[in-house]
Design a protein around this ligand. Structure first.
Ligand code: IPM
Ligand code: MG
Length: 373
């Protein structure tokens, strides 16, 4: 039995519902593959503001540093919307990412065959899509200084700053090339080099790094046309790498391909991935579904747990280097969907929808098979 320490931060809204589903999946995997998961739990976001007076307590951050991985649900909600930026639930998540140095955010987008017609796009356009957005997560506009909003007698005024240092760009682009080597060997570097200096630097560095990877193809693409191509010809893409805000925006857009924002998982890491999954020991990561707290459906038990469960698969892949368990989880979802299981966000009008717990049970049933094959 190998012991794995995990910190669960369910957060706000539907966070606790999808994290409960993810935990069940982890427990099932643990039993079959010999992991003894030691779960700890704490608060982040709005619930932490209510209980501790801050969206991320120092004690919670210290606990996150002490575990092997963190699994987070979602933060935010209308209750805390009136707060100033630095005191909002989102500030807790941003501090967690920054303090833990998690500069690499991996957001894979895979279209499950059974869901090719669940999107507003034509099934022929989305079928077979398998891409990954690599988002720089600890720099750029999210953290650049100065950043402030002033209310002066002469009028209101605000500023945000978009800075990038050479090393910050190089390490994330390098990671994208590493990932591409284990995939279809194509990197699309996304920028706005026709307008922004940071993007001109980004493009220069991406070209330099690509020289070290002659086996991987590099293309540069402007972010505006990339947004268009992402839904017009999504199969063109393998690995996309970009700065923080571009990645935030394009990853939500890419979720449309998968059928629902509830589908996407993410991993936030701080180093190079192992050359080959399966080749390295435990590495720390923060895993979270890409979707938000969805306050409109919170507490109803109808949230789609797929993003959270696929985040468990990423945890198995990147923190535990257990590719077999990771793909067993992904296959269990694939089979549940193929057998017709749908949550409300995926069901067509008139089609019956499963609640979060029922859908999770279906995944667990298939997991029994996929883990033993
Ligand atoms: C995301 C979210 C966050 C972000 C918010 C909640 C701060 O939209 O993870 O994509 O902007 O990074
Ligand atoms: Mg976002």
């Amino acid at each position: 039995m190998s012991e794995v320490r995990l910190l669960l931060l369910p957060g706000d809204g539907i966070g606790p519902e999808v994290i409960a589903a993810a935990r069940q999946v982890l427990e099932a995997v643990g039993t079959r593959r010999g992991y003894h998961f030691l779960f700890e739990e704490d608060l982040v976001g709005g619930c932490a503001i209510d209980a501790y007076g801050t969206p991320l307590a120092d004690e919670t951050l210290a606990r996150a540093r002490a575990v092997d991985a963190v699994l987070l649900g979602a933060v935010g909600g209308p209750k805390w919307d009136h707060l100033p930026k630095a005191a909002r639930p989102e500030a807790g998540l941003l501090r967690l990412r920054k303090e833990l140095g998690l500069f690499a955010n991996l957001r894979p987008v895979r279209v499950f065959d059974a869901l090719a017609d669940a999107t507003p796009l034509k099934p022929d356009v989305v079928r077979g899509v398998d891409l990954i957005v690599v988002r720089e997560l600890t720099g750029g506009l999210y953290f650049g200084q100065p950043s402030e909003l002033r209310r002066e007698p002469s009028g209101r005024w605000a500023v945000d700053t978009l800075p990038y240092r050479e090393e910050e760009i190089a390490r994330i682009v390098d990671l994208a090339f590493q990932l591409a080597r284990a995939r279809r060997r194509k990197v699309t570097s996304v920028d706005k080099a026709n307008v922004l200096n940071t993007s001109a630097l980004w493009r220069e560095i991406a070209s330099e790094i690509s020289a070290r990877y002659p086996d991987v193809m590099l293309e540069h693409q402007l972010v505006d046309s990339c947004a268009m191509r992402l839904i017009a010809r999504p199969r063109d893409f393998d690995v996309l790498v970009m700065e923080n805000l571009f990645g935030d925006i394009l990853s939500d857009e890419a979720a449309v391909l998968a059928g629902s924002l509830g589908m996407l998982p993410s991993a936030s890491l701080h180093g190079r991935p192992p050359e080959r999954p399966g080749s390295s020991a435990i590495r720390f990561g923060l895993y979270e579904p890409v979707h938000g707290s969805a306050p409109d459906i919170a507490g109803k038990g109808i949230a789609n747990p797929i993003g959270a469960i696929l985040s468990v698969a990423m945890l198995l892949r990147w923190t535990l280097a257990d590719e077999q368990a990771a793909s067993a989880v992904e296959q269990a979802i694939d089979r549940a969907l193929a057998a017709g299981a749908r949550t409300a966000d995926l069901a067509r009008p008139g089609e019956s929808a499963l609640k979060t717990a029922q859908f999770t049970d279906r995944v667990l049933e298939h997991l029994e098979e996929t883990l033993s094959s």
